[in-house]
Design a protein around this ligand. Structure first.
Ligand SMILES: *[C@@H]1O[C@H](CO)[C@@H](O)[C@H](O)[C@H]1NC(C)=O
Ligand SMILES: *[C@@H]1O[C@H](CO)[C@@H](O)[C@H](O)[C@H]1NC(C)=O
Ligand SMILES: *[C@@H]1O[C@H](CO)[C@@H](O)[C@H](O)[C@H]1NC(C)=O
Ligand SMILES: *[C@@H]1O[C@H](CO)[C@@H](O)[C@H](O)[C@H]1NC(C)=O
Ligand SMILES: *[C@@H]1O[C@H](CO)[C@@H](O)[C@H](O)[C@H]1NC(C)=O
Ligand SMILES: *[C@@H]1O[C@H](CO)[C@@H](O)[C@H](O)[C@H]1NC(C)=O
Length: 547
């Protein structure tokens, strides 16, 4: 940007002209703005004010009222004092050549100088380093000597301590400021004392030094993230302090300080926490990510992932940070499983490597987190009903040898399977067991048959888990169980006249009704030699018959 001061003409404000004429120009790309400040005594301003000292970011300025009848500029000489030494006097055009602007308006004398001029000097006042320029203007007219003393002293150093940026200024610089009023603000705007206090500003006056401490992350400052091995941040405050002293009922002296205070690089750690374990899912929250840092990539156990593979949700926090929630189910192929033999547990583990990128420079840092959880899990069969039985499937895992499969107290072996009529097939991948209906081990309940497989600890034989599968009976099945009970399900839909109820059917003995019925079926379960059964003896066997 290019600025001009316009009053009785247009004057381009160059860098040098700014420091000489009382302008400050700052381009603040991070805040997204440009700031132009003009001193009340800048070259192209009219003013009528008391004694003023300005410590700007690029110059110091002091102005005092002068006697209306004092000499014209060409008659003045200026003498600088440095560390108590008087330097040789020069006239104002010579001083101008040296970079000092000494301006005499109708009512005032103004001295303005950039920092670091040969005639200014650094000194410690009450232990606080300040830059000081001290000029004495002299004019002799006959026997009359006019003298104007101009002192500008600026403390430019900010300190950072325990979350505060502190700026100090020794009171001794301007002894007349004894009963000083101090107002503080940021970005060229002063705030009321009550507001400043509410925002945690501390202004105190000890050991004849004024200390102004502002929380490093105060509103109105701005922050920037930075990568230097780790994630850092720094804050910049454009401090504005105004100090005035009253003399009777008018302001005698006014000091204005504009300083840019920067914190050192502060570590800004992000954190991860494993929030919930419900639903057998890792839910990992990455938090405290600053506004200007983006999540660029996530690697889980070495595999690049993204929101279309796993759930990754951005969470915005009210304190100008944000976070990301990542969800990965335990059974996701990317999760590693490790078996721990001692306590028969399975360790699920997820190593996450977050790539965070600081904008706009696109510098990256990595944040790694490991989450793991222990699960106590014996193997589980997957059961499925089929027309004439239940099939059970078990996928082998390397550590499944710790358990044994049983039905009640019987261990599953190929002999046992053959004996009971179960169909067992077992390969390196999985074990498949087909249990036909009405074979040994079923429990019947109404129209349903239930089969249970137990997992026992191989060493202690304690039951650790079970798989229970219940399937509906198909119609027209007959079971003769070893305890002498006959169970039969009859489909009566064709036999009964419409409107007839299966509940009103019976066996040969009409006191033996069905145990269960629905709209079309009836289930009878009765001792084979009861309910009117007709018993026929043959040579090698007995037949029980009922209707
Ligand atoms: C100021 O001083 C310089 C050097 O001593 C001299 O050349 C110049 O003429 C003087 N200017 C005025 C206006 O007195
Ligand atoms: C006060 O300032 C003096 C001069 O710099 C210093 O020696 C002294 O330690 C300071 N006292 C306190 C309490 O800060
Ligand atoms: C997400 O990752 C998958 C697998 O790595 C990839 O095929 C896909 O293109 C990625 N999607 C986006 C939006 O990056
Ligand atoms: C921001 O807010 C979140 C949520 O309350 C909190 O976890 C985090 O610590 C806060 N971060 C900072 C830097 O204050
Ligand atoms: C994280 O990922 C980055 C880049 O993908 C890699 O350079 C870095 O070594 C990884 N960190 C760990 C601890 O795996
Ligand atoms: C099934 O096969 C696996 C692997 O071949 C073996 O470890 C296991 O003992 C077998 N189970 C039965 C019941 O035969």
């Amino acid at each position: 940007p290019h600025f001009e001061a316009v009053r009785t003409g247009a004057y381009t404000i160059t860098e040098q002209y700014a420091a000489e004429c009382g302008y400050s120009l700052m381009v603040l790309p991070l805040l997204g703005h440009v700031e132009l400040r003009a001193s009340y005594f800048s070259c192209h301003t009219d003013n009528k004010s008391p004694r003023e000292v300005i410590c700007e970011v690029n110059y110091m300025e002091v102005s005092v009222q002068r006697e209306a009848y004092s000499p014209v500029p060409s008659q003045w000489q200026v003498m600088f004092q440095r560390d108590g030494d008087l330097l040789s006097p020069m006239n104002l055009s010579e001083a101008r050549k040296q970079g000092y602007v000494i301006k005499l308006t109708d009512r005032r004398v103004v001295l303005r100088t950039a920092y670091g001029q040969p005639e200014s000097f650094s000194v410690k006042v009450n232990g606080v380093p300040v830059e000081l320029v001290h000029a004495t203007l002299l004019s002799r007219q006959g026997w009359l000597v006019f003298m104007v003393d101009l002192v500008a002293a600026c403390s430019m150093e900010g300190l950072y301590d325990s979350g505060y940026i502190t700026w100090e200024t020794p009171q001794a610089l301007y002894p007349r400021l004894d009963s000083a009023q101090i107002s503080v603000g940021l970005n060229g705007e002063l705030m009321m004392q009550s507001v400043a206090e509410k925002r945690g500003y501390i202004v105190d006056n000890r050991n004849t030094t004024v200390h102004i401490s502002i929380p490093y992350n105060a509103d109105g400052g701005y922050r920037k993230s930075l990568v230097s091995g780790e994630l850092y941040e720094y804050y910049i405050l454009h401090l504005y302090v105004e100090q005035t002293s009253q003399k009777k009922d008018h302001i005698d002296t006014r000091l204005r300080f504009h300083g840019t205070l920067v914190t050192p690089l502060l570590l800004h750690p992000v954190f991860t926490e494993n929030t919930v374990l419900e639903d057998r899912t890792f839910t990992v929250y990455l938090g405290d990510v600053p506004e200007d840092v983006k999540l660029a990539a996530v690697h889980v156990n070495g595999h690049l992932t993204n929101a279309s593979v796993h759930t990754i949700v951005k969470v915005v926090q009210p304190n100008n940070t944000h976070g990301y929630t990542l969800k990965v189910p335990f059974d996701d192929p990317v999760v590693t499983q490790q078996f721990c033999k001692e306590n028969a547990t399975l360790l699920y583990r997820l190593d996450i490597n977050y790539t965070l990128t600081v904008e706009p420079e696109s510098n990256s840092i990595y944040h790694v987190a490991s989450v793991m959880t222990l699960m106590d899990i014996p193997p589980a069969f997957y059961g499925q009903c089929y027309e004439s039985g239940i099939s059970f499937k078990l996928d082998h895992r390397p550590f499944d040898y710790l358990w044994e499969i049983s039905f009640g107290t019987d261990l599953l072996t190929s002999e046992l399977a053959a004996q009971h009529g179960y169909i067992l097939s077992n390969d390196s991948q999985s074990l498949l067991l087909n249990v036909p209906l009405f074979t040994h081990g079923y429990q019947y309940n109404g129209f349903f048959a239930t089969f249970e497989i137990l997992m026992r600890d191989r060493e202690t034989s304690a039951v650790q888990s079970s798989t229970v599968k219940t399937c509906p009976f198909p119609a027209t099945e007959l079971i003769c169980s070893t305890d002498g009970t006959m169970t039969v399900v009859v489909d009566l839909s064709l036999a009964l006249p419409s409107g007839g109820s299966p509940g009103r059917t019976s066996l040969l003995d009409n006191k033996c009704g069905p145990k269960e019925t629905d709209d079309t079926r009836a289930l009878f379960s009765f001792p084979i030699n009861n309910c009117g059964s007709i018993i026929k003896l043959a040579e090698a066997y007995v037949t029980y018959e009922n209707e």
